[in-house]
Ligand binder design. Structure first.
Ligand code: LMR
Length: 393
């Protein structure tokens, strides 16, 4: 095994003895003190659960009922018509990746002629994950290297030409790896194309709350549901609960009506039974408790806002330091316009290698930089290291 392009770097970082090392590769949110936070709401929920700890039976194949209801409220909004109509099939999954895989298996089984189209570029693991489920993976234009923005017209044109029932993987917000998102107006222009071409949207929402807010980041999902489309959503609690190792995610399939949703849920259960049988209890109980308790929910919402605000502040500081160094001779505005944990720096593989080897600054080789690994103590040094590799190129 040649190793994973993202997880392999985490191993290399951990083995690196240099004290000044900075991890900007894997998508982990570190706080100002460079620690993975244990959120207060999560801790309180866990303490309460410890007091009332009971037996741990197998969960149903589709997971814990309160967790699934919490996923629907968070992803679609409690009052959404699709939630109230019971026309969403929601499954507790092993993180966002588990949701993608269970959804991919379902799609391959019921739409064997459909290929999937992913953004160019996309998360390094999307392609292998969908290929492993048997789907052919193609790309649609997305990132504009010249502007650090979106090639929206090219994207739209490509999607307009896809065969009926092609699957289109879309990032709800905080695009991984580029940080480049569609605006509300662009979603509004895209949705009729998806509908008219009878495409099957598969939305990946791994960073809800890290862009503009919990509801704001779900705009695309809710707009698709409002427009009456049938589609898939994978969501994750890894980042916004700082809950990486608990593997808590959800797969929701928005259907025409309750009867279809029941049928789809049944087939998803069958898919789960074929892979891992049933999901685990602990993390789901914690998430369900936080999302189901008004006080804990309010506290978690605030903590999510705190993480989002710190990420924004780090974007601004890195931008300011680079802007100052280059005195306007190079534009780093992409750091401010891109959203969420990641920015695409445009650094090439040899520049990224030099950053790691000479400066102990770890980025993914695509040039993706995880903003949330920056803090007041390291941001200047990172900017100086970036400046050095840019100038030496
Ligand atoms: C990332 O993109 O860094 C995260 O989603 C973690 C992973 O599994 O790759």
């Amino acid at each position: 095994y040649a190793g994973d392009p993202i997880l392999g770097l985490m191993d290399a970082y951990q083995a690196d003895p240099r004290p000044q090392k900075v991890s900007l590769s894997i998508g982990l949110y570190f706080d100002e003190a460079c620690r993975l936070p244990v959120l207060g709401a999560v801790r309180q929920a866990e303490e309460a659960l410890l007091r009332e700890i009971g037996p741990r039976p197998y969960l149903p194949m589709h997971g814990l009922a309160d967790f699934r209801a919490g996923v629907q409220r968070m992803v679609f909004g409690a009052d959404h018509e699709a939630v109230k109509a019971g026309r969403i099939a929601t499954l507790q999954t092993l993180g966002g990746s588990g949701a993608l895989r269970v959804g991919a298996d379902f799609l391959h089984r019921y739409f064997p002629a459909s290929a999937i189209w992913v953004s160019d570029p996309t998360w390094d693991n999307h392609r292998v994950l969908f290929e492993a489920a048997g789907l052919q993976v193609h790309t649609y234009p997305y990132y504009d290297a010249a502007t650090g923005g979106l090639r929206f017209d090219a994207m739209l044109e490509c999607l307009q030409g896809l065969p009926r029932q092609s699957v289109v993987l879309l990032h709800a917000s905080c695009h991984n790896p580029t940080g480049v998102d569609l605006s509300a107006a662009q979603w509004d222009a895209l949705i009729p194309v998806l509908r008219e071409r009878e495409l099957i949207p598969f939305v990946d929402m791994a960073y809800q709350g890290f862009g503009d807010g919990l509801d704001e980041d779900a705009f695309a999902v809710r707009a698709l549901a409002d427009a009456g489309l049938q589609f898939f959503v994978a969501n994750s609690f890894s980042k916004n609960f700082s809950f990486y190792g608990e593997r808590c995610g959800g797969l929701s399939v928005v259907c025409r009506d309750r009867q279809d949703a029941d049928t789809v849920l049944g087939q998803l259960q069958a898919g789960v039974r074929r892979i891992y049988s049933t999901p685990p209890t602990h993390g789901a109980r914690v998430v369900a408790k936080v999302l189901g308790d008004a006080r804990l929910l309010a506290s978690w919402t605030q903590e999510t806002a705190g993480m989002r605000i710190r990420i924004r502040a780090m974007r601004e500081q890195l931008h300011a330091a680079l802007h100052e160094t280059f005195r306007g001779e190079r534009d780093f505005g992409y750091l401010l316009s891109q959203r969420g944990m990641f920015s695409y720096t445009g650094l090439n593989e040899s520049q990224v290698d030099r950053l790691r080897e000479q400066h102990a600054v770890y980025l993914v080789r695509s040039g993706r930089l995880c903003i949330s690994g920056l803090n007041n103590a390291n941001v200047e040094a990172v900017a100086a290291a970036m400046a050095e590799v840019i100038r030496s190129a």
